[in-house]
Design a protein around this ligand. Sequence first.
Ligand SMILES: Cc1ncc(C[n+]2csc(CCOP(=O)(O)OP(=O)(O)O)c2C)c(N)n1
Length: 687
Amino acid sequence: MDKETLLNAYRLMCTAGAMAKTYEANRQVCKYVHSTSRGHEAIQLATAFQLLPCDYVSPYYRDESLLLGLGFSPYTLMLQLLAKGDDIFTGGKEYYSHPNYRGEDKPTIIHQSSATGMQAIPATGIAQGLQYLQTIKSPLFKTGKNGEAPIVICSLGDASLTEGEVSEAFQVAVLKKLRIIYLVQDNDWGISVTSEEARSMDAYKFAKGFKGLKRISIDGSDFPASYEAMKHVVKEVRENSRPFLVHTKVPLLGHHTSGVRKEFYRSEEDLAKHAKEDPFPKLRKRLLHLGIEEKDLNEIEAIVTEAVSEQFESAKSAPEPDPSTVTSHVFAPTNITEEEGERTPVGKEKVVMVDAALFAIREIMEDFPEAVLYGQDVGARLGGVFRETATLGEQFGSHRVFNTAIQEAYIIGSTVGMSATGVKPIVEIQFADYIYPGVNQLVTEVAKSCYLSNGKFPVQTVIRVPVGAYGGGGPYHSGSNETLLLSIKGIKIAYPSNAADMKGLMKAAFLDPNPVIMLEHKGLYWSKVPGTEDAKRAEPSRDYVLPLGKGNIVLKADESKIKNGETCCIISYGMGVYWAKNAAKEFAGQVEIIDLRTLFPLDEELVFSTVKKHGKCLVLTEEQQNDSFAEALAGRISNQCFQFLDAPVLVLGALNLPAVPMNITLEKAMLPNEEKVADLLRKLLNY
Ligand SMILES: Cc1ncc(C[n+]2csc(CCOP(=O)(O)OP(=O)(O)O)c2C)c(N)n1
């Protein structure tokens, strides 16, 4: 090994050591929880030194030395430590060592959550995105100066490997032969839980179960050995396009975090055992052995310590974030703000809703080579369990339209990585009832990425979710869960009720730089449910877009009746629109119906102005009523429209049961219908 590299590693290890000491000595100032890399420095630096600006890295919260190795200054890291406004990663919104970065000079780092193991899926999504871009020879596929293929490093603590989602990621990596290295830093601890207590095998043994995942186990406290091993692994992954797991044994020399102190649970004996493996004296010894003089090493240490101290003082005096930034970067701005194109072209035949979605996606895929479509059964063989993607697999090929395993977490979480590479994933969850395994990724990774990366990594994806009950779908194919989804801030949710809206909203969702969930009612897909024929519409033009957040008046009340105070309004969406329309027939001219079309962002202006016009309002939903979105909206309406109301805001939803029962009579008994709506309208109009 050349002396230059060894000395560079030494300098950075001194830096990491000085930083850890400074933080410890200034605990009152370093009040936000943080972990340092003490003990893990050698493998982290050895890894960082192999990387090119075309690469991607997903570090974990202990990867401070990896960040130093990539060229981030202590000052840059300290601004995040102190949650300062100038923190380039997150502007004071995230913990220490939770970087994210886009720049020509360094590898790209997507936003890091603190949820252990969860980064495995987004990171693997990056590798899958890069593979796709390479396949289609996209200009977005960036290589190194000498044509080196980009790789992904996914760094993990040993205890995080028992998370189920890590296995989902490994499965995909080996199946698709992705260029990704899972770097597992094994310090034997998972806070206070020991390896013996938590698992029957270490990461190296675990990796054996994934055929095609090459693996190596090394001493991560030995810098030269780690450097050589990582050099070899990186070369192999770049050149042979295959995943690799690197298991490294490292000591844990600092505290788990500044809050969870080692003295609480670690014995003297254990601390002494770990101290013996300290990578710093090992490297120092090696340098002395190579003839570097002790005084030179001491001088390096002194210079670095001084620099760390100065940078800490500067970071301390850096400004706090401006409070107004608290609401910045929740979403990236979208260009789709106006309805454009022809909604109802003359002479166009009516299409069913499921086909409107299909045609929208076909046009998207024709127009955008970065668009890919994946989910369970969406590939060419079946084209979706609702045939909602039929013909797309044949037309665009299996590299663009493909089946996934039953891995809802991967389907949703991979979009974070895909989108960071410039790929635009449209994914599908087969039924709303099965979104739950993917909700973790949605909440933890997808929804927070834009906000916590200060706008650098919005996740551009469309997540299609067939939803709703009809005709005996039973308890696991009929559920509605918009309330749960709406409780997640950082995603948008559309819920079209007819074919024209479906096409326009699908286009707007795709063009939106943020994550958008399309809730698609299965009972409206083919207008099979009596009374929903109107869901069929003439197919809008290719350039038709319907911006998210614009509701629609689908039935107007008579002006004269409004003047006489004889009217009310129904606020609804999805199947509710049809229950409302059919119920309204009995009350000619007295009912105005709003179809929300998008649940977030919500067209509050239209809702409030309509309620104020009529003074009476019913919010109608298919979801179980109590604590639903509909109830929350009714509360907001009461608040905003109080002085205009002539009756309490009514809500109608399904009965408050744990599931939609199988038997059709029971199903009907649970759900709202036009009779139940008509009963409430009678009550409301007579107030
Ligand atoms: C999903 C999740 N569960 C629990 C935690 C709380 N937690 C933080 S670190 C940690 C232990 C992780 O150990 P390991 O992955 O080995 O990394 P180390 O801290 O030892 O470097 C736990 C349980 C978390 N961050 N995320």
